[in-house]
Design a protein around this ligand. Structure first.
Ligand code: HEM
Length: 107
């Protein structure tokens, strides 16, 4: 998570500057890989989740992480293609997914 955060902050700084796109692509790839690793981790709140609800919570968590992974892949491609305005929109979408994910799984 920390790695995703660092990469996205760095991308945000340079998203208006096409000269930074090559760096942005690498950072997006790093974030994407970190998110794939996070998908296989269990959220800490699971310890306090009733046994009968655990499977549902894990499935929801993985699905939410899949959404973030898909957006990170999109971000990488947009930076590769020099579509900086689209990339800026994707960053906003990622912020929403982060807020939703944290509301549900890191309250
Ligand atoms: C995509 C942008 C996201 C960013 C930048 C981000 C960033 C962070 C950061 C900085 C932390 C605190 C450090 C840590 O515990 O490692 C954290 C924790 C956490 N995030 Fe995210 N996050 C994102 C998306 C998500 C999504 C989509 C979910 C849910 C599927 C999620 C679930 C969690 C959980 C559960 C924790 C607490 C860690 C734990 O329970 O072990 N995050 N996140």
């Amino acid at each position: 998570m920390e790695e995703i955060n660092k990469a996205l902050k760095a991308i945000k700084k340079g998203v208006k500057d096409p000269a930074k796109n090559a760096d942005g692509v690498k950072l997006a790839e790093t974030a994407e890989k970190a998110a794939i690793a996070c998908k296989d981790m269990k959220p800490a709140m699971l310890d306090k989740t009733p046994e009968a609800k655990k499977a549902e919570v894990v499935a929801g968590y993985k699905k939410a992480m899949d959404g973030a992974i898909a957006e990170l892949g999109k971000l990488k491609q947009q930076l590769k293609d020099g579509k900086n305005e689209d990339a800026a929109e994707t960053l906003k979408k990622l912020k929403e997914l982060e807020d939703d994910g944290h509301e549900k799984y890191n309250p």
